[in-house]
Design a protein around this ligand. Structure first.
Ligand code: ADP
Ligand code: MG
Length: 375
């Protein structure tokens, strides 16, 4: 076990790194953050900020020299950096999980090889791949293989005839073409797995998106117990196949014809797990610290129905969600990430709403949004 007082390293210093750092500090650890962005939100909460490119070996060597263990807060970190760190310190999760999560082609192939159902997909790497890709059902979505997040790097493809144009739009970068699933529901399974291979699950969150970006997450979800168990089993298969240590989120689709499909995984705490900060005994960030330091994993029990609402950059630019309304509401816990610049779609913060029920939480959202509609 790595005892409190030691220094923990985190690669990436966005809001997830910030919340990791706060959890680690509360447990008595020091945190060093490695992030090339001078304004990285996590830097504020860290004892040291290594503000260098991820590939800067001198800085990496210094970082690795004095941290007891290293974790990540995003998947897009050069593989060479991850391997470098893993050769020197415990890196949790390890490079293999991150290598797969960095590339939608590897990720979808990995799910398929595990026998998990996904949306029909095809790879698009060169012009010669176009005819085969046209065989998947349309409408479809073309997604860049790498560097996509929050719906970025995705283009809708109405029909096979549109495919070549859509690929042009993505600069003919390697991509994954995916049939668009008629969705009944989206949800995510969040788990933590220890160095000894023990896994604990959080209550499943139902996720609602707007324009490809998570808008809100609600717990408890309304899935049948059987469905929930099926999803948890699938997520555990993924974690075990990767010998995963740390916090893992797996996003699922439930199709209109009631099929359970794996969408993607996040090898780190997840936006849809922010509700755990207030609604669970131990948050996903507490769990990330615990898995990293070999402290026993904590209790994931839900203490209250909860809803997490993202605050995106457009709210800073136009009158939208009323600032005062959510700052003053007794059941709303605002989190602001300290980002100085706002742009549309940028995650600036989130609200956790604790309520007596799902419906009550949704009513609060409608109230904050000045909307008549609850749901
Ligand atoms: N094949 C699909 N069918 C229907 N909706 C999809 C599909 N792929 C993505 N989406 C929608 O877009 C959102 C973001 O896509 P996702 O693949 O999860 O990428 P990101 O890495 O940007 O989160 C999903 O949560 C879902 O709402
Ligand atoms: Mg996603």
């Amino acid at each position: 076990m790595i005892p409190p007082g030691a220094t923990l390293g985190v690669l990436g210093g966005g809001q997830l790194g910030l919340m990791f750092a706060l959890a680690a500090r509360r447990l008595g650890y020091d945190v060093w953050v490695f992030d090339p962005d001078p304004h990285a939100p996590a830097a504020e909460a860290a004892a040291r900020h290594f503000c260098s490119p991820f590939t800067a070996e001198t800085a990496l060597a210094e970082f690795c020299a004095d941290v007891a263990a290293i974790t990540v807060e995003r998947e897009q970190i050069p593989l060479s950096t991850l391997v470098y760190c893993a050769e020197r310190r415990p890196l949790r999760p390890g490079p293999e999980a991150l290598r797969i999560a960095q590339d939608r082609r590897l990720e979808k192939g990995f799910f398929r090889d595990l026998g998990l159902a996904t949306a029909p997909f095809a790879l698009l790497e060169r012009t010669a791949d176009l005819p085969a890709a046209m065989q998947i059902p349309f409408p479809a979505i073309l997604k860049t293989a790498q560097d996509g997040y929050d719906g970025k790097g995705q283009v809708a493809v109405g029909s096979a005839a549109d495919l070549a144009r859509a690929w042009q739009e993505l600069g003919q970068r390697p991509a994954l073409l995916e049939a668009r699933v008629a969705l009944r529901q989206e949800f995510s399974v969040l788990l933590a797995r220890s160095g000894e291979g023990l896994a604990v699950f959080y209550p499943i969150a139902e996720n609602r998106h707007r324009q490809g970006i998570l808008d809100l997450s609600i717990v408890p979800c309304e899935l049948s117990e059987e469905r929930q168990e099926q999803a948890r089993r699938a997520a555990l298969r993924i974690a075990e196949a990767l010998q995963y240590v740390g916090v893992l989120a797996v996003e699922f689709f439930l199709s209109a014809d009631d099929e359970l499909l794996v969408n993607e995984m996040a090898p780190r705490p997840h936006n849809s797990g922010h509700y755990t900060l207030d609604a669970c005994v131990q948050s996903q960030f507490d769990q990330q610290v615990r898995a990293l330091t070999d402290l026993p994993l904590g209790d994931t029990r839900l203490l209250s129905p909860a809803l997490m609402l993202n605050l995106l950059g457009e709210l800073w630019q136009e009158p939208g969600l009323d600032w005062h309304a959510w700052l003053c509401h007794p059941q709303v816990k605002p989190y602001l990430y300290g980002k100085s610049e706002a742009w549309p779609g940028r995650k600036m913060g989130h609200l956790n709403i604790l309520a007596e029920s799902r419906m009550a939480a949704l009513r609060t959202v409608a109230e904050l949004r000045g909307s008549e509609e609850v749901d």
